[in-house]
Design a protein around this ligand. Structure first.
Ligand code: TPP
Length: 631
């Protein structure tokens, strides 16, 4: 029986000897590699925080004290020591453990939103609440150097620092990387802290040397001491944190558990806001991860645990975008690319390799990315901002007021739109087509296949006086679907039989809609399928087509509220088109994690379920009855 088998909760960690704790750390690393190799998941970040997490749970008394993990992708070790090791067989799968903290799973989890840079704000609020309620509880927030580049983290620091009695321990888990190395002034500052000799040591050395010179030394030392702050800044400019009024402890070797524990205990005793700067290595202890240049196994799919080789994926949407950006970059010298700390995941690495001077990694700063893009556009360039769809939510006001109001030609490329699945509620890209509908002048394209992605991206970057958006899902595109005709700017994909049903298939749902049509036609129902290509603004051709059919059906991989279908319905209403309209999309809920296909099945976005529902609607229309309500 290993040490890990004896751990049922954090209390069990308290009685372990140093040797047992070392053994436990090693068992946890083996466990992580073994389990994540089968399911895929956030490996590198978790291998880096094994000692840190053990130390946190030995110093703080969770769940009385609150541990908040920023982003939450590095909470696997926390899950293991809080009694959830068995759940790792079904990590990120339907009914299994979430890849992030989850209130439903454990009292030890509180913050489960995996959008970055929020932990310090939650911690600030929790500490205020404990103080007002007179509860003797501490809060420790773990934030990576990547998440610390996000604006919200600095808004929180500004507040936390203003309350010297607020009991918040901020652990900066500094591994120098987001996916790729963290960039920017803050990253440079952390590097300086990391690599410079600690100023106390240097001061000691100066003191020893000067005191050795009789008559001169002490006076000079006193003068020096008076200038301590200036001296300190010159040697190791940690002024950044201290000038904010935050106590700084560090840098600490994050793989030396005893040192981390000592620093955390000291910080806890301080009873005020303290930054504990811990240096860790992403992927620590697993050679293939440590050597993995692109992202040190930040979030691999399933892989061979012996060799570290990832299972082959085939071409995904991101690859098509990556390739097309290089082509467009050659044609358009004014094209610039922006990533918010996700160069490889959004596919800008190829463009960056070719045009480094035209590529900007702005850190985990989607808001800044959008407004900075507006500035670039005002300066005469055409920026392409590539982010995951769900993270654009952060920058809604910037898209609306800074880009659209100023009529800036900026193209937003939204990868991982629609149902993404494995990463749970916060990662589904199901909000963009609703929130962006309200932005005046914005044009939004949803390509159905690889050829249309290239085509629509090319069209988008031609628009110089308004924001454009191109959104596509996770995974591989379906094979190219050639049109049989054109209606306005829409591609007609199927025109079969009488004009009974008009199906408007948005983006990846176009392929599903074609399958639906085949099923309808097999049952003697005539069907037309169109892919609008540009879903915003609504193409007037759709209004004419809707008028000619007996039922209009929209199918989209986006929240049903305020999405494309809903705007189409509104447009038809305003045009006084009386054809009944049925909307299909993602129910407006926070969807639990599971594979994309499983979720699409569950929410009825499959050809079989859609066809069944349409047949029911057509039957009702034939019988002169109203359409049945949605279940
Ligand atoms: C708002 C937002 N943008 C982007 C991401 C995607 N993302 C997840 S983890 C990560 C890097 C985090 O780096 P860091 O905080 O240093 O943690 P590490 O993985 O290095 O431990 C990014 C960019 C996110 N979760 N939230």
């Amino acid at each position: 029986m290993g040490v890990l088998d004896r751990i049922t909760g954090p209390r069990d960690l308290r009685d372990l000897s140093d040797d047992e704790l070392d053994e436990l750390a090693s068992e946890i690393r083996d466990f992580l590699v073994r389990k994540v190799s089968r399911t895929g998941g956030h490996l590198g970040p978790n291998l880096g925080v094994v000692e840190l997490t053990l130390a946190l749970h030995r110093v703080f008394d969770s769940p009385k004290d609150r541990l908040v993990f920023d982003t939450g992708h590095q909470a696997y070790v926390h899950k293991i020591v809080t009694g959830r090791a068995e759940g790792f067989d079904k990590l990120r799968q339907e009914g299994g453990l979430s890849g992030y903290p989850s209130q439903a799973e454990s009292d030890h989890d509180i913050v489960e939103n995996s959008h970055a840079s929020t932990s310090l704000s939650y911690a600030d609020g929790l500490a205020k609440a404990f103080a007002i309620r007179g509860e003797d509880r501490h809060v420790a927030a773990v934030i990576g150097d990547g998440a610390l580049t996000g604006g919200m983290a600095w808004e929180a620091l500004n507040n936390i620092a203003a309350a010297p009695d607020r009991r918040v321990v901020i652990v900066v888990n500094d591994n120098g990387r987001s996916y790729t190395p963290t960039v920017g002034g803050l990253a440079n500052h952390l590097t300086t802290l990391r690599t410079n000799p600690r100023y106390e040591q240097v001061l000691d050395m100066v003191k020893r040397r000067l005191n050795g010179v009789r008559g001169v030394g002490p006076a000079v030392y006193d003068a020096l001491h008076a200038m301590k702050k200036g001296m300190k800044d010159a040697l190791a400019p940690q002024g950044l944190f201290e000038d904010l009024g935050l106590k700084y402890v560090g840098p600490i070797d994050g793989h030396d558990r005893a040192s981390v524990e000592q620093a955390l205990a000291q910080a806890k005793r301080f009873n005020g806001p303290v930054i504990v700067h811990v240096i860790t290595r992403k992927g620590f202890g697993y050679d293939p991860a440590e050597r993995h240049e692109a992202d040190q196994f930040h979030s691999p799919g399933a892989f061979n645990a012996e060799t570290g080789e990832e299972n082959p994926k085939g071409q995904v949407w991101t690859d098509v975008f990556a390739d097309e950006m290089v082509t467009l970059g050659a044609e358009r010298k004014d094209l610039v690319a922006i990533t918010a700390a996700m160069m490889h995941p959004v596919g800008l690495h190829l463009f960056a390799a070719k045009y480094p001077e035209r590529t900007f990694d702005v850190g985990i700063a989607e808001q800044h990315a959008a407004t900075s893009a507006a500035g670039l556009a005002m300066g005469g360039l055409h920026p392409v901002v590539a982010v995951y769809a769900t993270f654009l939510n952060r920058a809604f006001d910037q898209v609306l007021m800074d880009v659209a109001l100023h009529r800036c030609g900026v193209t937003f490329v939204l990868d991982r739109s629609g149902v993404t699945g494995d990463d749970g509620a916060s990662h589904n890209g199901m909000w963009d087509m609703s929130i962006l509908q309200v932005v005046p002048g914005l044009r939004l394209a949803a390509p159905r296949d690889a050829t249309r992605l290239r085509e629509l991206l090319g069209e988008a970057v031609q628009v110089g006086d308004a924001p454009t958006v191109v959104r596509f899902p996770k995974g591989p595109p379906s094979g190219d679907l050639e049109p049989v005709g054109r209606a306005g700017g829409c591609d007609v994909l199927v025109r079969s039989g009488t004009k009974d049903v008009l199906i408007v298939g948005v983006g990846s749902m176009a392929a599903t809609s074609v399958e639906v049509a085949e099923r309808l036609v097999a049952q003697g129902i005539g069907a037309t399928v169109v892919d609008p290509r540009w879903v915003k603004p609504v193409d007037p051709a759709l209004v004419d087509l809707a008028r000619e059919h007996r039922l209009v059906v929209s199918v989209e991989d986006n929240g049903i509220v305020g999405g494309c279908g809903s705007v189409l319905l509104q447009t038809l209403n305003q045009a006084r088109v009386e054809t009944p309209v049925r909307l299909h999309g993602i129910p407006q809920e926070f969807l639990d994690h599971a594979k994309r296909g499983v979720i699409l099945e569950r929410i009825g976005l499959t050809a079989q379920t859609l066809a069944r529902s349409i047949v029911e609607d057509v039957t009702a229309i034939d019988a002169g009855q109203p359409l049945l309500p949605v279940e």
